[in-house]
Design a binder for this molecule. Structure first.
Ligand SMILES: C[S@@+](CC[C@H](N)C(=O)[O-])C[C@H]1O[C@@H](n2cnc3c(N)ncnc32)[C@H](O)[C@@H]1O
Length: 257
């Protein structure tokens, strides 16, 4: 796999008294480097796609592209999504709050598109992900393979019916009625481990927290992560018109006894 980065080019136009964009900055993701790759700005030869990172190569239309090897996040962003996935701003908060690391064992449900399971598999020892809907399984397997992950076990099972894994560091529940899975999740978590609910709606968050208290887990905090992009260039320094709005409430709970 390779990334081809076409750099944005701007030019000052005296008549307009401002810079205009001549070439849009754009990234192309190349999955097969054995063949020539065509873009709207010409074709890049297969031999050029194999150039070392940072090399500037030219298309047959004389346009310049930088060759890069994609990192995990570059590939992650391009996974095929079926149901709505947990996105990086929320994934980051879950990792930071729970402190999962290379020794951690995590359980995730529902797998959905496998996005969250794949991201954490990149940093933890092992992930077991439960998914009830067979329509999503092939896509999840394809996403796991695309990222080359070997430490995810995908289970085609209803998580509310039981979690076989025990002593796990983290259980995450991103499903419509997560409260039904709280008792079994509480059983699976080790003392000191976390259960995190990912609930788009307030009503879900309330029911989830009721179940958490009944199961004897300790609510730690409920947060919403807002990511607000800014536009900063020669002419503007302000928040962007478009930002990512509400995704979900992240409900962090912990097993103390
Ligand atoms: C919003 S998606 C999860 C997305 C996933 N977190 C990701 O990042 O790609 C919710 C998933 O939960 C699954 N699901 C619903 N109830 C379930 C259950 N009881 N056991 C396992 N999976 C369940 C649904 O089929 C759906 O795929």
């Amino acid at each position: 796999m390779k990334l081809l980065i076409q750099r944005e080019k701007k030019q000052y136009v005296p008549d307009l008294d401002r810079e205009v964009t001549i070439v849009e900055g754009k990234e192309y993701f190349v999955t097969d480097t054995s063949k020539d790759f065509s873009t709207m700005h010409g074709t890049i030869k297969a031999k050029d796609l194999k150039a070392k990172d940072g090399t500037i190569v030219k298309s047959n239309q004389d346009k310049e592209f930088i060759v890069l090897t994609p990192c995990f996040s570059d590939i992650f962003r391009r996974l095929k999504r079926m149901p709505q996935s947990i996105i990086p701003k929320d994934i980051g908060a879950i990792i930071a709050e729970t402190g999962i690391d290379g020794e951690s064992v995590c359980v995730d449900a529902g797998a959905g598109s496998g996005a969250f399971a794949c991201f954490i598999a990149h940093i933890v020892k092992k992930v077991v992900s439960y998914e009830i809907n067979d329509k999503y399984l092939e896509n999840i397997k394809a996403n796991i393979e695309t990222l080359g992950l070997k430490n995810i076990t995908l289970k085609h099972q209803d998580v509310t019916q039981g979690i076989a894994e025990k002593n796990v560091d983290l259980v995450t529940l991103d499903l419509p009625e997560p409260w039904h899975a709280v008792p079994t999740a509480a059983n699976a978590i080790k003392i000191g481990g976390y259960l995190v609910g990912y609930c788009p709606h307030v009503s879900q968050a309330q029911k989830f927290l009721d179940a958490v208290k009944k199961a004897g887990l300790q609510p730690i905090k409920t947060v919403e992560v807002i990511e607000r992009p800014w536009v900063i260039d020669e002419h503007r320094t302000r928040p962007d018109n478009i930002s990512i709005g509400h995704t979900a409430f992240l409900i962090f709970t912990r097993k103390y006894t």
